[in-house]
Design a protein around this ligand. Structure first.
Ligand SMILES: CC(=O)SCCNC(=O)CCNC(=O)[C@H](O)C(C)(C)COP(=O)(O)OP(=O)(O)OC[C@H]1O[C@@H](n2cnc3c(N)ncnc32)[C@H](O)[C@@H]1OP(=O)(O)O
Ligand SMILES: CC(C)C(=O)C(=O)O
Length: 338
Protein backbone atom coordinates (compact mmCIF):
# COMPACT_ATOMS: atom_id res chain seq x y z
CA UNK A 1 0.00 0.00 0.00
CA UNK A 2 3.04 2.29 0.08
CA UNK A 3 3.56 2.62 3.83
CA UNK A 4 7.08 3.73 4.78
CA UNK A 5 7.77 1.43 7.73
CA UNK A 6 6.25 -1.85 8.94
CA UNK A 7 6.72 -2.86 12.58
CA UNK A 8 6.63 -6.57 11.84
CA UNK A 9 6.81 -7.97 15.36
CA UNK A 10 8.77 -8.51 18.54
CA UNK A 11 11.47 -11.10 17.63
CA UNK A 12 12.33 -11.87 21.30
CA UNK A 13 8.71 -12.64 22.10
CA UNK A 14 8.57 -16.19 20.73
CA UNK A 15 9.96 -18.51 18.04
CA UNK A 16 6.83 -17.90 15.98
CA UNK A 17 7.20 -14.15 16.25
CA UNK A 18 10.90 -14.45 15.34
CA UNK A 19 10.07 -16.47 12.22
CA UNK A 20 7.14 -14.29 11.11
CA UNK A 21 9.24 -11.16 11.46
CA UNK A 22 11.93 -12.74 9.25
CA UNK A 23 9.31 -13.74 6.68
CA UNK A 24 7.89 -10.23 6.48
CA UNK A 25 11.43 -8.89 6.03
CA UNK A 26 12.03 -11.36 3.18
CA UNK A 27 8.69 -10.50 1.59
CA UNK A 28 8.79 -6.69 1.60
CA UNK A 29 12.20 -5.72 2.96
CA UNK A 30 13.47 -4.63 -0.46
CA UNK A 31 11.09 -1.66 -0.73
CA UNK A 32 9.85 -1.03 2.81
CA UNK A 33 11.68 -0.47 6.09
CA UNK A 34 10.88 -3.43 8.36
CA UNK A 35 11.45 -2.80 12.05
CA UNK A 36 11.31 -5.02 15.14
CA UNK A 37 10.15 -4.14 18.64
CA UNK A 38 12.55 -4.67 21.53
CA UNK A 39 12.80 -3.92 25.22
CA UNK A 40 15.87 -2.01 26.37
CA UNK A 41 17.89 -5.13 27.05
CA UNK A 42 20.68 -6.88 25.21
CA UNK A 43 18.83 -10.19 24.82
CA UNK A 44 15.92 -8.59 22.98
CA UNK A 45 18.26 -6.53 20.83
CA UNK A 46 20.39 -9.60 19.98
CA UNK A 47 17.26 -11.48 18.92
CA UNK A 48 16.32 -8.60 16.63
CA UNK A 49 19.82 -8.62 15.13
CA UNK A 50 19.65 -12.40 14.63
CA UNK A 51 16.35 -11.99 12.79
CA UNK A 52 18.19 -10.01 10.11
CA UNK A 53 16.23 -6.79 10.62
CA UNK A 54 18.07 -3.57 9.87
CA UNK A 55 15.87 -1.42 12.11
CA UNK A 56 14.94 -1.73 15.75
CA UNK A 57 12.35 0.01 17.92
CA UNK A 58 13.76 0.11 21.44
CA UNK A 59 11.42 1.14 24.22
CA UNK A 60 11.61 1.64 27.95
CA UNK A 61 9.10 3.51 30.07
CA UNK A 62 9.82 6.90 31.60
CA UNK A 63 6.71 7.64 33.68
CA UNK A 64 7.03 7.42 37.47
CA UNK A 65 4.11 4.98 37.53
CA UNK A 66 5.94 2.50 35.26
CA UNK A 67 9.30 3.05 37.00
CA UNK A 68 7.81 2.37 40.42
CA UNK A 69 5.39 -0.49 39.81
CA UNK A 70 6.77 -2.20 36.67
CA UNK A 71 10.47 -1.58 36.14
CA UNK A 72 11.40 -0.90 39.76
CA UNK A 73 14.10 1.44 38.52
CA UNK A 74 15.17 4.98 39.37
CA UNK A 75 15.05 7.70 36.75
CA UNK A 76 18.85 7.61 36.49
CA UNK A 77 18.82 3.84 35.95
CA UNK A 78 16.33 4.30 33.11
CA UNK A 79 18.49 7.00 31.53
CA UNK A 80 21.46 4.63 31.73
CA UNK A 81 19.38 1.83 30.14
CA UNK A 82 18.32 4.15 27.35
CA UNK A 83 21.87 5.22 26.56
CA UNK A 84 23.44 1.75 26.86
CA UNK A 85 20.84 -0.06 24.75
CA UNK A 86 20.40 2.56 22.04
CA UNK A 87 24.19 2.73 21.78
CA UNK A 88 24.45 -1.09 21.66
CA UNK A 89 21.94 -1.25 18.83
CA UNK A 90 23.68 1.55 16.92
CA UNK A 91 27.07 -0.17 17.39
CA UNK A 92 25.54 -3.19 15.63
CA UNK A 93 24.59 -1.09 12.60
CA UNK A 94 20.84 -0.78 13.22
CA UNK A 95 18.52 2.11 12.48
CA UNK A 96 17.18 2.87 15.95
CA UNK A 97 13.82 4.32 16.95
CA UNK A 98 13.49 5.00 20.68
CA UNK A 99 10.19 5.18 22.57
CA UNK A 100 9.82 6.55 26.10
CA UNK A 101 6.86 4.29 26.93
CA UNK A 102 4.05 6.10 28.78
CA UNK A 103 5.61 9.38 27.61
CA UNK A 104 2.42 11.37 28.02
CA UNK A 105 2.22 10.59 31.74
CA UNK A 106 5.93 11.31 32.23
CA UNK A 107 7.27 14.39 33.99
CA UNK A 108 7.89 16.68 31.03
CA UNK A 109 11.43 17.72 31.95
CA UNK A 110 12.44 14.10 32.51
CA UNK A 111 10.83 13.10 29.23
CA UNK A 112 12.87 15.67 27.33
CA UNK A 113 15.99 14.48 29.18
CA UNK A 114 15.23 10.91 28.10
CA UNK A 115 14.78 12.10 24.50
CA UNK A 116 18.11 13.95 24.61
CA UNK A 117 19.79 10.87 26.08
CA UNK A 118 18.51 8.65 23.27
CA UNK A 119 19.67 11.16 20.66
CA UNK A 120 23.10 11.43 22.30
CA UNK A 121 23.32 7.62 22.08
CA UNK A 122 22.62 7.85 18.34
CA UNK A 123 18.86 7.31 18.02
CA UNK A 124 17.61 8.01 14.49
CA UNK A 125 13.95 8.53 15.38
CA UNK A 126 12.08 9.47 18.54
CA UNK A 127 8.59 8.01 18.95
CA UNK A 128 6.26 9.55 21.54
CA UNK A 129 3.63 7.01 22.71
CA UNK A 130 0.41 8.01 24.37
CA UNK A 131 0.52 4.54 25.89
CA UNK A 132 -2.74 4.62 27.84
CA UNK A 133 -4.55 7.11 25.63
CA UNK A 134 -4.79 9.93 28.17
CA UNK A 135 -3.92 12.72 25.75
CA UNK A 136 -6.20 15.29 24.13
CA UNK A 137 -5.20 16.99 20.86
CA UNK A 138 -4.36 20.45 22.21
CA UNK A 139 -2.11 19.15 24.98
CA UNK A 140 -0.48 16.61 22.67
CA UNK A 141 0.20 19.34 20.11
CA UNK A 142 2.03 21.36 22.76
CA UNK A 143 4.05 18.33 23.92
CA UNK A 144 5.11 17.27 20.42
CA UNK A 145 6.15 20.85 19.62
CA UNK A 146 8.57 20.64 22.57
CA UNK A 147 9.88 17.22 21.56
CA UNK A 148 10.39 18.41 17.97
CA UNK A 149 12.39 21.39 19.24
CA UNK A 150 14.63 19.05 21.26
CA UNK A 151 14.93 16.42 18.50
CA UNK A 152 16.58 18.78 15.98
CA UNK A 153 16.98 16.93 12.66
CA UNK A 154 15.74 13.60 14.05
CA UNK A 155 12.31 12.42 12.91
CA UNK A 156 9.67 12.61 15.63
CA UNK A 157 6.98 9.93 15.55
CA UNK A 158 3.70 9.59 17.47
CA UNK A 159 1.98 6.42 18.71
CA UNK A 160 -1.52 7.01 20.04
CA UNK A 161 -4.05 4.74 21.76
CA UNK A 162 -7.83 5.08 21.56
CA UNK A 163 -8.97 4.72 25.18
CA UNK A 164 -10.97 7.96 24.92
CA UNK A 165 -11.57 7.69 21.17
CA UNK A 166 -8.93 10.33 20.42
CA UNK A 167 -6.14 8.30 18.82
CA UNK A 168 -6.68 9.71 15.32
CA UNK A 169 -7.24 13.28 16.56
CA UNK A 170 -4.12 13.13 18.72
CA UNK A 171 -2.07 11.62 15.90
CA UNK A 172 -3.07 14.42 13.53
CA UNK A 173 -2.36 17.02 16.22
CA UNK A 174 1.11 15.47 16.55
CA UNK A 175 1.66 15.78 12.80
CA UNK A 176 0.46 19.38 12.92
CA UNK A 177 3.06 19.98 15.65
CA UNK A 178 5.86 18.62 13.47
CA UNK A 179 5.82 14.84 13.84
CA UNK A 180 6.67 13.18 10.52
CA UNK A 181 5.89 9.56 11.33
CA UNK A 182 2.67 8.13 12.76
CA UNK A 183 2.26 4.65 14.20
CA UNK A 184 -1.00 3.20 12.94
CA UNK A 185 -2.72 -0.15 12.59
CA UNK A 186 -5.24 -1.34 10.01
CA UNK A 187 -8.76 -0.91 11.45
CA UNK A 188 -7.14 0.57 14.57
CA UNK A 189 -6.63 -2.88 16.11
CA UNK A 190 -4.39 -2.97 19.19
CA UNK A 191 -4.27 -3.31 22.98
CA UNK A 192 -7.45 -2.33 24.86
CA UNK A 193 -9.38 0.20 22.67
CA UNK A 194 -6.74 -0.11 19.98
CA UNK A 195 -4.30 2.19 18.24
CA UNK A 196 -4.71 5.02 15.75
CA UNK A 197 -6.40 3.73 12.62
CA UNK A 198 -4.28 3.74 9.46
CA UNK A 199 -7.24 4.61 7.22
CA UNK A 200 -8.39 7.51 9.40
CA UNK A 201 -4.93 9.01 9.89
CA UNK A 202 -4.00 8.70 6.21
CA UNK A 203 -7.24 10.24 4.93
CA UNK A 204 -7.32 12.86 7.68
CA UNK A 205 -3.76 13.94 6.95
CA UNK A 206 -4.51 14.07 3.22
CA UNK A 207 -7.98 15.65 3.16
CA UNK A 208 -7.98 17.81 6.32
CA UNK A 209 -4.35 18.88 6.45
CA UNK A 210 -3.35 18.64 2.78
CA UNK A 211 -0.32 16.51 3.59
CA UNK A 212 1.12 14.47 0.71
CA UNK A 213 0.85 10.90 1.97
CA UNK A 214 2.21 8.23 -0.38
CA UNK A 215 -0.23 5.54 0.72
CA UNK A 216 -2.32 3.97 -2.10
CA UNK A 217 -5.60 5.03 -0.53
CA UNK A 218 -7.80 3.10 -3.00
CA UNK A 219 -6.50 -0.08 -1.28
CA UNK A 220 -7.72 0.92 2.18
CA UNK A 221 -11.14 -0.77 2.08
CA UNK A 222 -9.91 -4.11 0.71
CA UNK A 223 -6.99 -4.11 3.17
CA UNK A 224 -9.38 -3.44 6.03
CA UNK A 225 -11.53 -6.39 4.94
CA UNK A 226 -8.49 -8.66 4.61
CA UNK A 227 -7.18 -7.81 8.08
CA UNK A 228 -10.67 -8.26 9.54
CA UNK A 229 -10.92 -11.73 7.98
CA UNK A 230 -7.39 -12.75 9.03
CA UNK A 231 -7.79 -11.54 12.62
CA UNK A 232 -11.47 -12.40 13.04
CA UNK A 233 -12.01 -8.88 14.39
CA UNK A 234 -15.05 -7.33 12.64
CA UNK A 235 -14.97 -3.76 11.32
CA UNK A 236 -17.70 -1.68 12.97
CA UNK A 237 -20.54 -0.90 10.52
CA UNK A 238 -20.15 2.81 11.22
CA UNK A 239 -16.32 2.81 11.16
CA UNK A 240 -14.92 5.90 9.46
CA UNK A 241 -13.48 5.44 5.95
CA UNK A 242 -13.76 1.63 5.74
CA UNK A 243 -17.04 0.82 7.52
CA UNK A 244 -19.77 -0.62 5.30
CA UNK A 245 -21.90 2.40 6.21
CA UNK A 246 -19.14 4.98 5.78
CA UNK A 247 -20.78 5.98 2.46
CA UNK A 248 -24.28 4.74 3.24
CA UNK A 249 -27.19 7.16 2.79
CA UNK A 250 -30.80 6.59 3.93
CA UNK A 251 -32.21 9.96 5.02
CA UNK A 252 -34.30 11.34 2.17
CA UNK A 253 -32.69 14.78 2.29
CA UNK A 254 -29.21 13.23 2.16
CA UNK A 255 -30.05 10.80 -0.66
CA UNK A 256 -31.58 13.61 -2.73
CA UNK A 257 -28.42 15.70 -2.27
CA UNK A 258 -26.06 12.80 -3.04
CA UNK A 259 -27.97 11.93 -6.21
CA UNK A 260 -27.60 15.54 -7.37
CA UNK A 261 -23.93 15.79 -6.30
CA UNK A 262 -22.22 13.39 -3.84
CA UNK A 263 -20.15 16.22 -2.35
CA UNK A 264 -23.33 17.52 -0.68
CA UNK A 265 -22.99 14.73 1.91
CA UNK A 266 -19.64 13.04 1.27
CA UNK A 267 -16.38 14.71 2.48
CA UNK A 268 -14.44 12.27 0.29
CA UNK A 269 -15.48 9.79 -2.37
CA UNK A 270 -15.82 6.05 -1.76
CA UNK A 271 -13.66 5.47 -4.83
CA UNK A 272 -10.73 7.25 -3.15
CA UNK A 273 -10.60 4.53 -0.51
CA UNK A 274 -12.00 1.57 -2.45
CA UNK A 275 -15.29 1.62 -0.53
CA UNK A 276 -18.82 1.74 -2.03
CA UNK A 277 -21.76 4.15 -1.92
CA UNK A 278 -24.94 2.56 -0.63
CA UNK A 279 -28.42 4.10 -1.00
CA UNK A 280 -30.57 2.50 1.68
CA UNK A 281 -34.35 2.33 2.12
CA UNK A 282 -35.97 2.84 5.49
CA UNK A 283 -38.28 5.02 7.56
CA UNK A 284 -36.16 8.07 6.69
CA UNK A 285 -36.30 7.51 2.91
CA UNK A 286 -37.58 10.11 0.44
CA UNK A 287 -39.11 9.91 -3.01
CA UNK A 288 -35.89 10.77 -4.90
CA UNK A 289 -34.03 7.79 -3.42
CA UNK A 290 -36.92 5.42 -4.02
CA UNK A 291 -37.24 6.61 -7.62
CA UNK A 292 -33.52 5.94 -8.21
CA UNK A 293 -33.65 2.46 -6.66
CA UNK A 294 -36.69 1.51 -8.77
CA UNK A 295 -35.34 3.00 -12.00
CA UNK A 296 -32.11 1.04 -11.47
CA UNK A 297 -34.37 -2.03 -11.59
CA UNK A 298 -36.17 -0.85 -14.73
CA UNK A 299 -39.30 0.35 -12.95
CA UNK A 300 -40.57 3.89 -13.60
CA UNK A 301 -43.63 5.18 -11.68
CA UNK A 302 -45.42 8.52 -11.56
CA UNK A 303 -45.11 10.61 -8.40
CA UNK A 304 -48.49 9.53 -6.98
CA UNK A 305 -47.56 5.84 -7.28
CA UNK A 306 -44.08 6.52 -5.85
CA UNK A 307 -45.74 8.17 -2.84
CA UNK A 308 -47.95 5.11 -2.36
CA UNK A 309 -44.92 2.80 -2.52
CA UNK A 310 -42.97 5.03 -0.13
CA UNK A 311 -45.76 5.02 2.45
CA UNK A 312 -45.90 1.21 2.36
CA UNK A 313 -42.12 1.08 2.82
CA UNK A 314 -42.25 3.48 5.77
CA UNK A 315 -45.04 1.46 7.37
CA UNK A 316 -42.88 -1.68 7.11
CA UNK A 317 -39.83 0.16 8.45
CA UNK A 318 -41.83 1.56 11.36
CA UNK A 319 -42.43 -2.06 12.38
CA UNK A 320 -38.65 -2.52 12.45
CA UNK A 321 -38.39 -4.40 9.17
CA UNK A 322 -35.20 -4.03 7.10
CA UNK A 323 -36.20 -2.85 3.64
CA UNK A 324 -34.35 -4.15 0.59
CA UNK A 325 -34.48 -3.00 -3.02
CA UNK A 326 -36.28 -6.29 -3.76
CA UNK A 327 -39.00 -5.26 -1.28
CA UNK A 328 -39.33 -1.93 -3.09
CA UNK A 329 -39.59 -3.75 -6.44
CA UNK A 330 -42.25 -6.16 -5.17
CA UNK A 331 -44.36 -3.30 -3.82
CA UNK A 332 -43.83 -1.12 -6.90
CA UNK A 333 -44.95 -3.85 -9.33
CA UNK A 334 -48.48 -3.51 -7.88
CA UNK A 335 -48.54 0.04 -9.28
CA UNK A 336 -47.05 -0.71 -12.72
CA UNK A 337 -49.75 -0.06 -15.39
CA UNK A 338 -50.46 -3.40 -17.12
C1 LIG B 1 3.09 -0.71 25.62
C2 LIG B 1 3.43 -1.85 24.76
O1 LIG B 1 2.63 -2.32 23.98
S1 LIG B 1 4.97 -2.50 24.95
C3 LIG B 1 4.95 -3.88 23.89
C4 LIG B 1 4.19 -5.02 24.48
N1 LIG B 1 4.45 -6.20 23.71
C5 LIG B 1 4.72 -7.38 24.28
O2 LIG B 1 4.67 -7.53 25.48
C6 LIG B 1 5.11 -8.47 23.31
C7 LIG B 1 4.85 -9.82 23.83
N2 LIG B 1 5.54 -9.97 25.12
C8 LIG B 1 6.23 -11.09 25.42
O3 LIG B 1 6.34 -12.03 24.64
C9 LIG B 1 6.85 -11.16 26.82
O4 LIG B 1 6.32 -10.11 27.61
C10 LIG B 1 8.40 -11.00 26.78
C11 LIG B 1 8.99 -12.14 26.00
C12 LIG B 1 8.77 -9.63 26.12
C13 LIG B 1 8.91 -11.02 28.23
O5 LIG B 1 8.36 -12.16 28.83
P1 LIG B 1 8.74 -12.55 30.33
O6 LIG B 1 10.21 -12.74 30.46
O7 LIG B 1 7.86 -13.68 30.65
O8 LIG B 1 8.41 -11.27 31.23
P2 LIG B 1 6.97 -10.60 31.49
O9 LIG B 1 6.34 -10.28 30.16
O10 LIG B 1 6.18 -11.43 32.46
O11 LIG B 1 7.40 -9.25 32.25
C14 LIG B 1 8.04 -8.24 31.55
C15 LIG B 1 9.49 -8.13 32.03
O12 LIG B 1 10.19 -7.22 31.18
C16 LIG B 1 10.59 -6.05 31.92
N3 LIG B 1 10.40 -4.92 31.03
C17 LIG B 1 9.23 -4.40 30.61
N4 LIG B 1 9.44 -3.42 29.74
C18 LIG B 1 10.78 -3.32 29.60
C19 LIG B 1 11.62 -2.50 28.81
N5 LIG B 1 11.10 -1.61 27.98
N6 LIG B 1 12.96 -2.66 28.89
C20 LIG B 1 13.48 -3.59 29.71
N7 LIG B 1 12.73 -4.43 30.48
C21 LIG B 1 11.40 -4.27 30.41
C22 LIG B 1 9.67 -6.01 33.13
O13 LIG B 1 10.24 -5.26 34.16
C23 LIG B 1 9.61 -7.50 33.45
O14 LIG B 1 10.89 -7.83 33.96
P3 LIG B 1 11.06 -8.99 35.03
O15 LIG B 1 10.56 -10.25 34.38
O16 LIG B 1 12.54 -9.01 35.29
O17 LIG B 1 10.23 -8.59 36.21
C1 LIG C 1 6.20 0.14 22.64
C2 LIG C 1 5.41 1.38 22.78
C3 LIG C 1 5.63 2.32 21.63
C4 LIG C 1 3.94 1.08 22.83
O1 LIG C 1 3.45 0.20 22.19
C5 LIG C 1 3.12 1.96 23.67
O2 LIG C 1 3.72 2.66 24.50
O3 LIG C 1 1.88 1.94 23.49
Amino acid sequence: MGVDVIEAGFPASSEGEFISTKKILEEVGDNTEVIGLSRANKNDIDKTIQSGLGSIHVFIATSDIHLKYKLRMSRQEVLDRIYDNVRYAKDHGLVVEYSPEDATRTDEDFLLTAVRTAIEAGADRINIPDTVGTMQPFKFYDLIKKVVSVAGDKVVSVHCHNDFGLATANSLAGVYAGARQVHVTVNGIGERAGNASLEEVVMGAKKLFGFDVNVKTWMLYETSKMVSELTGVPVPYFKAIVGDNAFGHEAGIHVHGVLENPSTYEPLTPEEVGNFRRIELGKHSGIHGLKKILEDQGISLDDNSLREVLSEIKAMADKGEKITSEDARRIALKYVAH
